[in-house]
Design a protein around this ligand. Sequence first.
Ligand SMILES: *Cc1c(COP(=O)(O)O)cnc(C)c1O
Length: 366
Amino acid sequence: MIKFLDLQKINQKYATELKQIAADVIDSGWFLMGEKLNNFETDFAKFNGVKYAIGVANGLDALRLILKAYINLGQMQEGDEIIVPANTYIASLLSISDNNLVPILVEPDLENYNLNIDLIEEKITSKTKAIMVVHLYGQICWNEKLVALAKEYNLKIIEDNAQAVGATYKGNRTGNLGDASGFSFYPGKNLGALGDAGAVTTNDANLAAQVRALGNYGCSTKYVNNFKGLNSRLSDMQAGFLHVKLKYIDAENHRRREIAARYIKEIKNDKIVLPNLPNASENHVWHLFVVRTENRDVLQSYLTENGIQTAIHYPIPPHKQAAYKELNHLSYPITEKIHNEVLSLPISPVLTDEEVSLVINLINKI
Ligand SMILES: *Cc1c(COP(=O)(O)O)cnc(C)c1O
């Protein structure tokens, strides 16, 4: 069987180094806010080309803390509107509504599943304070028009970079394109911890200090609480694991690109829509390889019967979830079409050439 995501195999490659980290942390007796966290933050900032990286507990918290920090800094207030793609994982919206901000959903582009930047301007009101772009499936959502729009209307651009660690736009990493960026190191993400983990990156010193304080009970000095914060820290154990895996992320993303290139070149089935290769200035990191077909469920069952695990990202759009009853009456036809038709094929740095061939041959035969 070909697993959709073989986390055991992915981490086995680095088992010796990871076990050494676990031993170091146990022997040191230091578990939070220590040297391992510090070293990871320094190198993760360097990797992204940003001034500040702050480790947090998970990707949702990274986004929540960015927005909470902007509120604390007086740059946003409750009731303000944040533009966000209708086609995203629900965490993007949760980070907004959790701060009593209002998510304003914008349809994606059917070509790349990302926020359609041409549809943003009509949604901007006097309450709009930010655009949250999501680099969905590992593909960059960015262009000059977005930057110009943000500048014209004085909006922050927040990147939900949970799926695109390591991607570059004209040589700059995602995570260093907008005003602030939230990363997830959930085990299945391209840079996965061995548990929950996340980070915020920014070049804004005030925002960085605010996020750091808010993630640690709102204090900068122990037992001195300046803000009503959260407990959202990245442990030294996870930071140590991530530091090991950071060394290999570019090579792993490269392998994902090789697999994606083969799928795109060799899958020949006119009922299946393949992803578009982004233009040359963008470097997609293929967190997911998503195809689209009107007969999605047929394709999925066929692959399952033939030993290929697939997944759906995502089956229900956020505005149709019970959690967002206030949005249930809205209609986003492109988003709904995507949710009904997408199927994610296996893609991971440990997939072998033979396994890729097997997937391709099966799809070409149906
Ligand atoms: C995974 C993910 C998140 C949330 O990250 P967690 O670490 O699971 O909290 C947010 N946004 C997107 C697009 C994601 O894929």
